[in-house]
Design a protein around this ligand. Structure first.
Ligand code: UD1
Length: 427
C-alpha cells in the first residue's frame, strides 16, 4: 500500500514545469488507431492512465516504443484486434475513446463499460446516440459495449447535454464516415481543440473545434504524423491553487495562459497576484486569502476538475465561500476528508458552503478520486502536523512526478510504501 505523508506549514516557492494534458493524451492515444501508420506523440504526461492505454494498444497489436520520458512512437499499421482488453479497460473512463477510433478504422469495436472517477452516475447515452445516428449498431452485453457498422455515414447530431467524452468519441468515428458529420451543442474544452488538431495532422478534415458546432468530413485514408500534446490546464491550476493557499510565490512554466483564464480570474478574486508571459504564469499571494464563490461549468466556464483543489484552498479563507458544482451530480465525496482535517463545510446537493477556519490539523485521509486526491495534498500543506493520505493510486492516474514537483517547490511530502495490513482474525 502506498501513501503520501504531507507535513504542513511550508510556503510554496519556485518554478514548476507543467506536463502534457492527461485528458488530451487519453483521447489522442486511442486516436492513433485511425492513422494506420506511425505517430510520434510528444509531451505525453508520465501518468498511469497513459501507461494503461499504451498497454491496451500493445495488446491489440500496435507497436509502442518510448523515445524518452515524454515521447512515444506508436505504430498502428498492424493493429488487428477490435476488442479492447477487458481487465485493463474497465477501470478507466477514457478507454471508451477506443469505441470511436476502432469503429472508424475497423467498423467494429468492443470495449468494457467505462470505470474512472466516481462522481455518481456517468451515463454514455450521448456517445451511443451519436454512433447510432451514424449508422452503427450498439449493444451492451456482459459488461461490454459492442458497436459495429458496415459503413459509417455522416450525420447531423445535436447533443442533449454538453459532453467532452461524447464530442471526442463521435469526432473520432466521424473522421472515417462517408460524408459530412455536423455536431451541435458540443464541448469546447482545450482538449477538444487538441484532438481536432491531432486528427487534422493525420489527414482528417475537422473544422470548428472550440466553437459550438464541429463539422467533420470523412476521409478514406489517414496517415502517421508527429504531434505535441498541449500542457495540462488542470495540473497547472492545481499548483497555482496550492501556491495561493500557502501564501507562496510560484512560477508555472509550459502553460497556455489563455487556457488558464477561468482559473486565474478566480484566484485573483481570492487575493492572488498573477503575472503572465507567453508560456508561463507567476502566482503570488502576500495579502489575506479572500472568500469567493465558484460555479463549475463546461468550458469556458470554471472547470469542474479544479473544484476540489479550490475547496481545499478556501478552507482557510477569510469568510464564507460557496462552491456550486454545475457539471456532475455528485462531486463532493472528498469533502468528508477535508472535514477530518478540521474544515468547516456543509454540502447541500450540488452546493458546498465553506466557512474559513483559522487552523487545519493533520489526520489520516483518503483520496476519493483523482482531483479529490489533489485537494488532500493542498489541505495537507495547510494543516498543522503530518497528514497521511491513502489511496494515492487516484492521484498517480493524473499527476506526473507529483512528489518531486511539490518537493522542488518546498513542500514536505513523502511517498511511502507500507506492507499491506494483515487481515484481522475477526474477519
Ligand atoms: C471528462 C473528463 C473529466 C471532466 C469532465 C467534465 C476525461 C477523461 N475526463 O469526463 O475529468 O470532469 O470531462 O469536464 O477527459 N453525460 C451524459 N451523457 C453522456 C455523457 C455525459 O448525461 O453520454 C453527462 C455526465 O453525467 C456529466 C456531464 O454530461 O454530468 C459531463 O460529462 P462529460 O463531459 O461527458 O465528462 P467525461 O467526458 O466523462
Amino acid at each position: 500500500m502506498n501513501k503520501f505523508f504531507v507535513t504542513g506549514g511550508n510556503t510554496l516557492r519556485g518554478t514548476v514545469e507543467i506536463g502534457g494534458m492527461k485528458n488530451a493524451a487519453v483521447a489522442i492515444i486511442p486516436a492513433t488507431i485511425l492513422a494506420q501508420g506511425v505517430c510520434v506523440l510528444e509531451n505525453i504526461p508520465n501518468v498511469s492512465d497513459v501507461t494503461l492505454l499504451l498497454q491496451m494498444l500493445t495488446e491489440m497489436g500496435a507497436r509502442v516504443r518510448m523515445l524518452g520520458k515524454k515521447t512515444v512512437e506508436i505504430d498502428t499499421s498492424y493493429l488487428c484486434d477490435p476488442v479492447v482488453p477487458y481487465d485493463l479497460a474497465r477501470n478507466m473512463r477514457a478507454s471508451y475513446y477506443f469505441l470511436g477510433s476502432l469503429l472508424g478504422r475497423c467498423g467494429q469495436a468492443s470495449v468494457s463499460m467505462p470505470g474512472g472517477c466516481n462522481f455518481g452516475v456517468r451515463p454514455i447515452d450521448q456517445h451511443i446516440k451519436g454512433f447510432e445516428a451514424m449508422g452503427a449498431q450498439v449493444e451492451i452485453e456482459n459488461g461490454m459495449i459492442n458497436a459495429k457498422a458496415d459503413q459509417l455515414r455522416g450525420a447531423h447530431i445535436y447533443f442533449d447535454k454538453v459532453s467532452v467524452g461524447a464530442t471526442m468519441n463521435i469526432m473520432l468515428a466521424a473522421t472515417r464516415a462517408k460524408g459530412l458529420t455536423i455536431l451541435e451543442n458540443v464541448a469546447k474544452e482545450p482538449h477538444i481543440v487538441d484532438l481536432a488538431n491531432f486528427l487534422n495532422s493525420i489527414g482528417a478534415d475537422v473544422r470548428g473545434a472550440g466553437t459550438d458546432v464541429i463539422k467533420i468530413r470523412g476521409v478514406d485514408v489517414m496517415h502517421g504524423a508527429s504531434y505535441t500534446i498541449i500542457p495540462d490546464q488542470i495540473e497547472a491550476g492545481t499548483y497555482m491553487a496550492a501556491a495561493v493557499a500557502t501564501g507562496g510565490d510560484v512560477r508555472v512554466e509550459n502553460v497556455i495562459p489563455k487556457h488558464m483564464e477561468p482559473i486565474t480570474a478566480k484566484l485573483r478574486s481570492a487575493g492572488a497576484e498573477i503575472e503572465e508571459g507567453d508560456d508561463w504564469l507567476r502566482v503570488r499571494r502576500t495579502g489575506p486569502l479572500k472568500r469567493i464563490n465558484v460555479k463549475t461549468m463546461p468550458h469556458p466556464g470554471f472547470p469542474t476538475d479544479m473544484q476540489p483543489q479550490m475547496a481545499a484552498m478556501l478552507t482557510m479563507a477569510d469568510g464564507v465561500s460557496i462552491i456550486t458544482e454545475g457539471v456532475w451530480d455528485n462531486r463532493f465525496k472528498y469533502i468528508d476528508e477535508l472535514i477530518r482535517l478540521g474544515a468547516n463545510i456543509t454540502v447541500d446537493g450540488k452546493v458546498a458552503v465553506i466557512e474559513g477556519v483559522r487552523e487545519l490539523t493533520a489526520a489520516p485521509v483518503r483520496c476519493t478520486d483523482l482531483r479529490g486526491g489533489a485537494a488532500m495534498i493542498i489541505a495537507g500543506l495547510l494543516a498543522t502536523g503530518t497528514t497521511e493520505i491513502e489511496e494515492i493510486i487516484h492521484i498517480e492516474r493524473g499527476y506526473e512526478d507529483v512528489v518531486e514537483k511539490f518537493t522542488a517547490l518546498g513542500a514536505d511530502i513523502r511517498r511511502v510504501t507500507l506492507p499491506d495490513a494483515p487481515l484481522s482474525k475477526a474477519l
